[in-house]
Design a protein around this ligand. Structure first.
Ligand code: 13P
Length: 230
């Protein structure tokens, strides 16, 4: 099965940076995995030249109207994006997004045929107080009745941008916990300090369907190395 190798540029890049990134990445990458790049909204119309699919990083819960600054699902769909990240811990924290908001976004994306990537994951405080599994269960609550395939990204907040990665066993336990809520296939990506040097272990030895890469994805050679590691 090909894996999903997703880059999240977060609030980084420019027209020239992204154009150069695509040129450099397309020269390096020879993997048969599905490659996705989540671009900042102003650049969603940029093309990945066929073998790279474009993702948005967020979307509004509203369909249209007097919501200054927000970007609707039909607007991102107009740019031919294939995917949209929702529920990223940075959006949950800085934009005060709730689990209900994230489910509303999920429904709108499905209606508009854009595939959601639903981010979930615990803080260090939650992990240290042994509440990780309860916390994840709460984040999954609104998704329990969905019967179609869902893609989650398990991103422990304490692993994002810190260089820290949970042990293989800790990742496997959470992945198993997520899968236990669903009878259908769910895709689970791991995110949090994925780099060229740890991608092969994550992708080849653990029960995950891909990775969601922040910082290391900004380097096209390193991201290509990640995409080629399985
Ligand atoms: P880093 O790879 O920089 O830790 O970021 C992970 C992330 O938040 C991807 O969405």
């Amino acid at each position: 099965m090909p894996k999903l190798i997703a880059a999240n540029f977060k609030m980084n890049g420019s027209f020239s940076f992204i154009e150069e990134w695509f040129n450099a990445f397309n020269k390096e990458d020879a993997s048969s995995n599905e490659v996705i790049v989540a671009l900042p909204a102003p650049y969603l119309g940029m093309s990945g030249n066929g073998n790279v699919k474009i993702s948005a990083q967020n979307v509004s819960t509203k369909e249209s109207g007097a919501y200054t600054s927000q970007i609707s699902v039909s607007m991102i769909a107009d740019n031919n994006v294939s995917y949209c990240i929702i529920g990223h811990s940075e959006a949950r924290e800085y934009l005060n997004e709730s689990n209900e908001d994230i489910k509303a976004k999920y429904d709108l994306l499905i209606e508009n045929k854009v595939k959601p990537i639903v981010c979930i994951g615990e803080s260090l405080e939650t992990r240290e107080s042994n509440e990780t599994f309860d916390f994840i269960t709460k984040q999954l609550e609104h998704f329990k009745n969905i019967e179609d395939e869902i893609t989650f990204a398990y991103e422990p907040i304490w692993a994002i941008g810190t260089g820290l990665v949970p042990s293989d066993d800790d990742i496997e336990q959470v992945v198993k916990h997520i899968r236990s809520h669903f009878s259908q296939t769910v895709k689970i990506l791991y995110g949090g300090s994925v780099k060229g040097e740890n991608a092969s272990n994550l992708l080849n030895n653990l029960d995950i369907d891909g990775v969601l890469v922040g910082g290391a994805s900004l380097n096209p050679q390193e991201f290509a190395k990640i995409a080629q590691s399985c």
